[in-house]
Design a binder for this molecule. Structure first.
Ligand code: ZN
Length: 503
């Protein structure tokens, strides 16, 4: 990094802390060596009006860009917001579709982008820095620091993986999706955990699911407007319980035992020799794919499976059975016009010394899937740095392995925050597919903040042009949702566990 970096002034301003600090000029050049097209200059000594006296000039070959910015600035800033027009700016964004450039000074605001997508990211960057004008009782306009930025993403595919548990409020899911877009993720993989309201197979969910088809449609439309595509997931092999293994719950068999033939004894895996399983899963895939607005990807799960055990499945070699099952579903996903994704862990054998420090849950048989599965299945390699959560390794041999086998591979961290940036850099270096931040049951509190912030900085490759404050970003998302419920504020539902007052 060659820079005169003084982030302090900008970060303090963005967090809204009442700190009296000398004006600081923040100048960053080539903030990320892996993303040399990014430059950012933010002069926190000079705030300029961002209000009805301001004109925002948008330069973009897609006319929809200026219209999008106009309507959203109206939504965000109301009558005190700037006017927006199309025009030339003299700014030069990089050539890729998501790149943008922006400048803010006494003469107004300029945004240049190659697409509506790039223009959206520019608008988010600006919004994160706009604050209310000082000195009045209520807001009468806005101000923002003088700045210029040239920015583009490090990786093309930047996803967040979100789990719709029965315990998660639907509002929390919407907040997470909106926040992910605001932090410049462009995909959100949604795993239903027994909460998807299938019309075709209502037995496949818990009673009273909140992930209704109407809600999915609404969220997909919101995502589309905000620049984030929702990807559905079904666990098509292991994890068939739609519940965490440590709870021994089963979303289907606990309540509707008549569906037992579809699952292996115990219920963790689907029964792969039963032709009804393939039929049911295809019908569920079709239903969800349609409901999600026919997105370009579909995640088939496939993590943490165990060997098949039923008397019919054991007649076929396990690897052959599993390969036939996953390949069949992958082909079906492709017939719907989408690309299939699976988790990686069954493709790496326990006991193989090459994977000693890495996540691997397969055996010698399932490891052969790395040679037999169709090479266009995207392998989502989840590496969580178990045993060393502060790990900052720069090479990820499992990802290299899948790449060399011919698969598109995505790096998937979780709470190993230090590993995220090197992992994203490694994926870029080997020409990998993308980056998926998994969140599981930790979408709460400080971990929610760390997962979103560290992952967005890793995948986008920027330290400065977005997401300066999780707190402020989350609050803005709440404003957009017009939330009024106490439970939907902050990153925890309660300040004090309610049960504390019980006795
Ligand atoms: Zn079976």
């Amino acid at each position: 990094m060659k820079s005169k970096v003084k982030l302090f002034g900008c970060a303090v301003m963005a967090m809204g802390l009442a700190v009296v600090a000398a004006p600081v000029t923040t100048v960053v050049k080539s903030a990320d060596p892996a993303n040399p097209y990014q430059t950012y200059t933010c002069d926190t000594a000079v705030y300029v009006p961002f209000d009805a006296t301001t004109t925002v000039t948008v330069e973009c070959p897609e006319p929809a860009a200026a219209e999008w910015i106009k309507s959203h600035f109206k939504e965000w800033f109301g009558k005190y917001g700037p006017s927006v027009k199309s025009g030339t700016t003299g700014l030069k964004p990089a050539s890729d579709p998501e790149a943008y450039a922006a400048s803010v000074d006494e003469n107004g605001v300029k945004i240049a982008a190659n697409t509506l997508t790039g223009a959206r990211w520019a608008a988010y960057t600006l919004r994160q820095l706009v604050i209310a004008k000082r000195g009045t009782f209520t807001t009468e306009g806005f101000i923002m620091p003088k700045l210029s930025v040239v920015d583009r993403p490090h990786l093309e595919f930047r996803a967040i993986h979100l789990c719709w548990f029965p315990e998660v409020r639907p509002q929390q899911m919407e907040r997470s999706i909106r926040l992910a877009a605001f932090l410049k993720f462009n995909y959100a993989i949604i795993e239903p955990w027994g909460m998807y309201e299938s019309k075709k197979h209502p037995w496949w969910h818990w009673p009273n699911p909140t992930m209704t088809q109407a809600e999915v449609k609404r969220l997909v439309a919101i995502g589309k407007d905000l620049g984030i595509t929702l990807i559905p997931q079904i666990n098509c092999y292991g994890h068939a319980t739609s519940a965490r293994g440590c709870t021994i719950k089963h979303a289907m068999l606990d309540i509707t035992p008549e569906y037992e033939p579809l699952f292996e004894p115990g219920g963790w895996n689907w029964c792969l020799s039963n032709p009804e399983t393939q039929r049911i899963l295809r019908e569920l895939i079709a239903e969800m794919h349609e409901n999600f607005g026919k997105p370009p990807y579909f995640h088939l799960g496939c993590d943490e499976a165990v060997n098949q055990t039923c008397p019919e499945c054991v007649k076929t070699p396990n690897a052959e059975l599993v390969c036939r099952h996953i390949s069949g579903l992958a082909d079906y996903v492709k017939s719907l016009g989408a690309r299939p994704m699976i988790w990686h862990d069954m493709l790496l054998a326990r006991g193989d010394p090459r994977w000693k420090d890495f996540v691997h849950c397969g055996n010698k048989e399932t490891a052969t899937l790395a040679d037999t599965l169709p090479k266009d299945v995207i392998i989502c390699d989840w590496q969580y740095s178990y045993g060393n959560m502060k790990e900052a390794r720069k090479d990820w041999p499992t990802m290299k392995y899948f790449k060399e086998k011919g698969f598109p591979v995505a790096g998937c961290p979780w709470r190993n925050f230090n590993a995220m940036k090197p992992m994203a850099d490694y994926i870029s270096q080997i020409g990998g597919f993308g980056f998926i931040e998994t969140t599981w049951h930790h979408l709460r509190g400080r971990e929610w903040e760390q997962m979103f912030m560290s992952a967005s900085k890793a995948a986008w490759g920027s330290e400065v042009s977005h997401g300066v404050s999780f707190q402020r970003s989350l609050r803005l998302v709440g404003h957009d949702m017009k939330i009024t419920d106490y439970l939907d504020t902050g990153y925890l539902n309660y300040q004090v566990p309610p049960a504390w007052w019980a006795n």
